[in-house]
Design a protein. Structure first.
Length: 88
């Protein structure tokens, strides 16, 4: 139930962002070249996360792998799911 998560109606609990064009490629570049190599025990991305339609989803456990995040100002770790939607 909602009370187990200490949530109240109207509280923000997540968001969805769609990136396209130049900004999408900048995010992908930062993810592949900066953020993922900073992940502890990074062994590469699993190929089993494709959905059969050419889309790929991966989970990130800590948002602090991105260099733009000031870890001194982080009070709690947050994770995220990233989905790449392709026309493949």
């Amino acid at each position: 139930s909602i009370s187990n998560f200490k949530l109240r109606e109207g509280m923000p609990i997540g968001c969805k962002v769609t990136l396209r064009g130049r900004i999408m490629f900048e995010f992908l570049d930062r993810l592949v070249n900066l953020a993922l190599p900073r992940t502890r025990d990074f062994q590469g991305v699993p190929d089993k996360s494709f959905d059969g339609r050419g889309n790929y989803t991966m989970g990130i456990k800590e948002h602090t792998i991105f260099p733009e995040i000031d870890t001194d100002k982080v009070s709690k770790m947050h994770g995220m799911d990233v989905t790449f939607v392709t026309s493949a």
